[in-house]
Design a protein around this ligand. Structure first.
Ligand code: PEP
Length: 254
């Protein structure tokens, strides 16, 4: 039985006060659910990770980074290593978010290095995959998702891949208010699970969590979570409002 997972990606939002206020409110009101019925994580901007970790201390809400660099240390100006993230209490790390793929220009090869480094250093990667609108219109959704997953997980053993969570995030649904229908999400999620079954084995595929992301709101979470292969949600905009994210956490519980 896969435990539901609600993760919030704060992107380049909040400040030193609002990040801590949001974390404290979540710690106060979501601690009971988090850890028991649902895994909850928030991914603040790097500069607020430590303050947010402190504000969440004692709650069951985990902290994730939005990105990492794959080298352990050295002359990589502006980058943040896995050991730095572990050092300040991070548990998760997003890898290959669509904004990093399409705005910053990250390749599948770079994302694979990040996923590999995260696991090696003890962080749990959330590998984001998903097609652009034109790719969906051209009937290429499965092709794109296959490429993102095969290349993103390249070289990972069965034992290592168990640390990975997949997030299916159709790019046309991110921050646009357009959510994939529960059926559209389920179709891709079962496709991904079957692909993982072929790449690894059925047991590993059945155990891996596959989150949906793309304009998730409190009002559409339950119908997405009702799909058999939707194991959780990765939430951008709505995770910045405490009421909304709390509503999403509640609606994620099965
Ligand atoms: C995201 O950032 O991963 C995301 C899905 O954003 P939004 O919920 O705002 O669409």
């Amino acid at each position: 039985m896969r435990k539901p997972f609600a993760a919030g990606n704060w992107k380049m939002n909040t400040n030193s006060r609002t990040s801590v206020d949001l974390a404290k409110r979540l710690a106060d009101e979501a601690s009971d659910a988090a850890g028991h019925s649902v895994t909850v994580a928030v991914c603040p901007p790097f500069v607020y990770l430590q303050a947010v970790t402190k504000a969440l201390n004692g709650s069951s809400i985990s902290v994730g980074a939005q990105d990492l660099y794959f080298e352990p240390d050295g002359a990589f100006t502006g980058e943040i290593s896995v050991s730095m993230l572990k050092d300040i209490g991070c548990t998760y790390c997003l890898c290959g978010h669509s904004e990093r793929r399409h705005v910053i220009g990250e390749t599948d090869e770079l994302i694979n290095k990040k996923v590999t480094a995260a696991i090696k250093g003890g962080l749990l990667p959330i590998l984001c995959v998903g097609e652009l609108l034109e790719e969906r219109k051209a009937g290429k959704t499965n092709e794109v998702v296959t490429r993102h997953i095969e290349k993103g997980l390249a070289g990972l053993s069965l034992e290592k891949v168990e640390a990975v969570t997949i997030a299916y995030e159709p790019v046309w649904a991110i921050g646009t208010g357009l959510t994939a229908t529960p059926q559209q999400a389920q179709e891709v999620h079962i496709f991904i699970r079957n692909l993982l079954g072929k790449m690894y084995d059925k047991k590993a595929a059945d155990e891996m969590r596959i989150l949906y992301g793309g304009s998730v709101k409190p009002s559409n979470t339950a119908e997405l979570m009702a799909q058999p292969d939707v194991d959780g949600v990765l939430v951008g905009g709505a995770s910045l409002k405490a009421e909304d994210f709390l509503g999403i956490i509640q609606a994620s519980i099965r």
